[in-house]
Write a protein that binds this ligand. Structure first.
Ligand code: LLP
Length: 419
């Protein structure tokens, strides 16, 4: 097993001091289970690696947006990176502080901008000139100043999956380096805009340090130019993107990452904002699923489980690897090779391919490292109610989202009225 929150005591698998099959017996499957301790230790390891920096960690809500989990972050003093009004409302429901919220995303709507100004967020990460002007006009109507940073697209190759690479000039995010200065000049002239910082985010699941330092150098270059133009920034936001080890990925440690950032910053005292998502929660969650059927096709064996691409989309969408282990007692069953597939009517509906497993029908499988972009990307495709979520705290465990019901699925639907 790769580094995981799960450990084995005699024949049973545990997260912290909780036996997983006890949780499964109570809440059934598909079921997300998280470790509170793992989340807290990632937060504290990241924070301590940043010692000596004037920093703010803004957890990327999209990675895991359950309000209980966001509340853990808020209690540790974290801020949040949001990309929608819905995420802002989640942060507030989780007792997060809007004054520590940065708002990213290329398509902020009128209502979302208004809400964020009213709630007094820390900064809009502006992604285009039109957005800047829209924010100015909404702020003017509200008679408030809107705090902004400009998201620069540093044209750095994050060397990650093309779908989750965001800092290349072909990508839809941010503004080009050479346009940024001009946009700052314009922003400075706007009556209801307050310039706060500069921002970038180059992608996700990044396992090399160089793309981070290269983009920070580019931001600092712009920061220095702005300074000489009399535009002073209060922070540099270098986004998220630190990868985790799904399978021999060898991501940077917090301390190596922080050391490299500190070296580029030199003795600049400016506040640095980080927007980590995956690295905080990715390893903290598993998805447990029951084997409904085993079947041998003509060329391969299938383990058909009760979780599917609607519960965990990453394998289908990015061909992402998540380790899968059997939590049930193994009665000396012979190992065989299986594709672990869900019940959804798509060939692309799989959780793992070519996995060597000793399994039988009824066994409970754990899909590991599913705490980030698991539940938050789930859907109701095939009218499947979304899974239940539970968090373990030592020998206790708590339901933090109950399984969706059929009535909830159709609650907003209506029949066409009869004429
Ligand atoms: N900040 C911004 C502006 C972002 O767009 C993202 C992620 C983050 C921070 C957090 O990045 P992280 O630290 O989690 O890498 N669904 C994909 C990942 C998409 C990431 C989108 N942006 C996946 O499952 O791999």
């Amino acid at each position: 097993m790769s580094s995981s929150i799960i450990h084995k005591k005699s024949d049973d698998f545990y997260i912290e001091n909780t036996k997983l099959l006890d949780v499964v017996a109570k809440y059934k499957t598909p079921l997300y289970i998280y470790s509170k301790k793992q989340i807290l230790s990632q937060i504290s390891d990241f924070s301590s690696s940043l010692d000596g920096l004037n920093s703010l960690i803004c957890f990327a809500v999209k990675a895991n947006s359950n309000i209980a989990i966001l509340n853990l972050m808020a209690e540790q003093g974290l801020g949040f990176d949001i990309v929608s009004g819905g995420e802002l409302k989640r942060v507030i429901a989780a007792k997060g502080d809007p004054k520590k919220v940065v708002f990213s995303g290329i398509g902020k709507s009128h209502d979302e901008i208004q809400l964020a100004i009213e709630k007094g967020i820390l900064s809009f990460n502006i992604e285009s000139q039109q957005e800047l002007l829209k924010i100015q006009s909404i702020a003017q109507k509200l008679d408030k100043k809107a705090p902004i940073s400009i998201r620069v697209n540093p044209n750095v190759d994050a060397k990650t999956h093309p779908y989750i690479s965001t800092g290349l000039k072909d990508n839809k995010f941010g503004v080009a380096e050479n346009e940024a200065i001009e946009l700052y000049r314009q922003a400075k002239e706007l009556s209801h805009i307050q310039i706060k910082g500069i921002d970038c985010h180059i992608g996700s699941q990044i396992i090399e340090i160089a793309p981070f330092t290269d983009s920070l150098k580019k931001l600092i270059h712009i920061y220095d130019q702005l300074n000489s133009l009399g535009i002073e920034l209060e922070h540099i936001d270098i986004g998220g993107g630190i990868g985790i080890d799904y399978m021999d990925d060898n991501p940077p440690s917090f301390s190596d990452y922080a050391k490299a950032i500190k070296a580029v910053l030199g003795n600049r005292q400016i506040q640095i904002i980080f927007e980590p998502g995956r690295v905080i929660v990715g390893k903290a969650g598993i998805l447990v699923t029951k084997i409904e059927y085993l079947k041998s096709g003509e060329t391969k064996n299938f383990a058909i489980v009760d979780a599917a691409m609607n519960d965990l989309m990453r394998p289908s969408l990015y061909d992402a690897y998540h380790e899968i282990i059997n939590l049930s007692p193994n009665n000396n069953i012979n190992e065989d090779t299986y594709d672990v597939v869900g019940p959804v009517c798509e060939t692309g509906d799989f959780l793992g391919k070519h996995r060597k497993l000793s399994i039988q029908t009824g066994d409970m499988l754990a899909v590991l490292d599913a705490g980030a972009y698991g539940m938050s990307m789930s859907s109701n495709y095939n009218s499947r109610p979304r899974a239940c979520e539970v968090i373990v705290d030592d020998e206790h465990f708590y339901e933090i989202k109950s399984r969706e019901t059929f009535d909830q699925l159709i609650a907003n639907e209506k029949l066409i009225p009869q004429k």
